[in-house]
Unconditional design. Structure first.
Length: 526
């Protein structure tokens, strides 16, 4: 399998695509005004403590206060590692060392969090050092943790935590034992360490060098926390592009192609510092044809925005986003390779399981996902679909939990949500339909307009008014010799001046006083 990382950079955005044999396998987008925030560390101030929901809100200088759940206070970075590292730490009891409470010491103006009967004692106005674990979604602020971790190429440093962990993706017993031994020998005092997957078969010198860099990062963070007043960003993680290179560029990647000279030099410099022997894999794309077009990525990206996803067999998926969950419907379409309905349904469901796993990764869909598979009568066939989903999700870097298929063919999935999905990141809500995808019928809009004129005519306000609406609505109102505006003037005794306002949503209109252009009471403005 040929695996490549292709990077397109412009002044407006940076796009990173990971392809496998030319097929899009992962996709990331970074905007200057909406940069990646997961991993950033802030010196914040407790704004509110709400024991009823077991959470506190922390002022970190953003539009919405950060959400800190009590379960994220004092945790030994277990939750945080699933976000910052693409690996899960080893939970073997033998791998743990004595640890201190994971809070920041008083010496740099951050109060330690006291536990009373297992419940953290937080006070309004208290300073606290926290790290972003999830980016804001819709009207929700970022989610944070008080357990700090600093990720590197081969290791993740855990200040004030004595845990030693090795990626579960490293399965060889001897290699795991070797890496754990190295971690113990280089581990700083009062710190823990997670050994990442890419550290497999790497010499101790490289791991020690990576840890040395992480210690410097932590010392810089501490100095900033001592000198600054909250709310303040005291540590910023790498950009999306460099973090993808750090986390996903390994021996399996054949090429990294970049169309920006500046970004190419940054990536090359980073690779030379951590893996000089891989520097030859990084190439600057010089051709005039856009890089995503040259590698047929643009068409694949466009397919991420459609509701209907076609499959090779003729079946298709319908992906619907709701406020609470994402719902996926599996349809067989024209597929009927076998006369037996059960076998046709099974083959369609198995193909759908593979495509759903791919689509969730590409679209970065998190939270609760409900899948309506084609009904299967045989319990063994249902288990085959369940096993196929489990197998495909092993390739997913996010944490995924899958429940067995119900008697109604429903499968429930939860997938770790860290940032906005592709739809949320790259699209805006339609001002006309407010995101519903539906528009009010013109006949109903005309009815609303006439009712508005009728109600206004019963008031003792000015008879001279200005009526503003969309051009599409105005064309209906003025069609014919005895148009509707003319009728309203005579019927309700009004002197109406019609104006077109293209900024108004489709079904909205306004009434204004003719003289001072002041809006008439809200009851008459839809």
């Amino acid at each position: 399998m040929l695996k490549e990382i292709i990077i397109n950079s412009s002044s407006e955005q940076t796009r990173v695509a990971i392809t496998e044999d030319g097929n899009l396998a992962d996709f990331f987008v970074d905007y200057p005004e909406n940069r990646r925030m997961v991993g950033d560390v802030y010196l914040g101030k407790v704004a509110r403590v709400l024991p009823g929901i077991k959470a506190a809100f922390i002022d970190i200088g953003m539009k919405h206060d950060a959400f800190l759940h009590f379960s994220d206070i004092g945790q030994k970075t277990k939750e945080l590692q699933s976000v910052l590292d693409d690996d899960d730490e080893d939970d073997d009891p033998d791998s743990r060392m004595p640890s201190e409470f994971a809070s920041v010491v008083n010496e740099f103006k951050v109060n330690a969090v006291e536990l009373i009967n297992g419940v953290p004692r937080l006070q309004k106005g208290q300073n606290i050092l926290i790290q972003i674990t999830k980016e804001p979604v819709n009207n929700k602020g970022v989610r944070v943790s008080s357990s700090i971790s600093i990720p590197g190429r081969f290791c993740v440093l855990l200040p004030f935590d004595g845990k030693i962990g090795v990626s579960k993706k490293i399965q060889e017993y001897k290699e795991r034992k070797r890496l754990r031994s190295i971690a113990r020998s280089i581990l700083p005092k009062d710190c823990g360490l997670i050994i990442r997957t890419v550290a497999k078969n790497q010499p101790e010198e490289l791991l020690a060098e990576d840890l040395k860099y992480l210690k410097k990062q932590w010392e810089t963070l501490v100095r900033a926390a001592k000198e600054e007043e909250p709310p303040k960003l005291v540590y910023q993680d790498l950009s999306t592009t460099i973090s993808v290179i750090r986390d996903l560029f390994n021996s399996d990647v054949a090429r990294v192609r970049i169309d920006s000279k500046k970004l190419y030099k940054q990536v090359e410099e980073y690779i030379l510092s951590v893996h000089p022997e891989w520097a030859s894999k990084v190439e600057f794309y010089k051709f005039n044809k856009p890089i995503f077009e040259a590698f047929h990525i643009d068409d694949q990206i466009r397919s991420l925005f459609v509701r209907k996803v076609s499959m090779k067999s003729g079946g298709y998926l319908i992906i619907e986003h709701t406020e609470a969950m994402v719902v996926i419907d599996v349809n067989s379409g024209k597929y009927a390779a076998n006369k037996e309905q059960e076998m046709n349904s099974l083959r369609t469901d198995l193909e759908a399981a593979r495509e759903i796993s791919r689509q969730l990764r590409l679209r970065d869909i998190g939270g609760l996902i409900v899948i309506d598979f084609i009904d299967l009568e045989d319990d063994r066939n249902r288990k085959k679909v369940y096993d196929e989903l489990k197998k495909e999700f092993r390739r997913d870097r996010a944490k995924v939990s899958v429940l067995p298929m119900s008697d109604f063919g429903i499968v429930e999935i939860t997938r770790q949500r860290i940032r906005q999905n592709i739809m949320q990141a790259l699209t805006e809500v339609c001002p006309s339909c407010d995101g519903s995808g539906l528009l009010v019928k013109k006949a109903h809009i005309i009815y609303d307009i006439e009712e508005t004129f009728k109600r206004y005519s019963l008031t003792k306000q000015s008879r001279r008014i200005v009526f503003q609406c969309r051009p599409e609505v105005a064309s209906i109102l003025t069609a014919g010799f005895f148009n509707k505006i003319f009728q309203y003037k005579w019927k309700y005794g009004l002197f109406v001046k019609l104006e077109i306002d293209e900024t108004l949503p489709y079904e909205k209109f306004k009434l204004l006083y003719r003289n001072n252009r002041e809006e008439i009471v809200d009851d008459f403005n839809k």
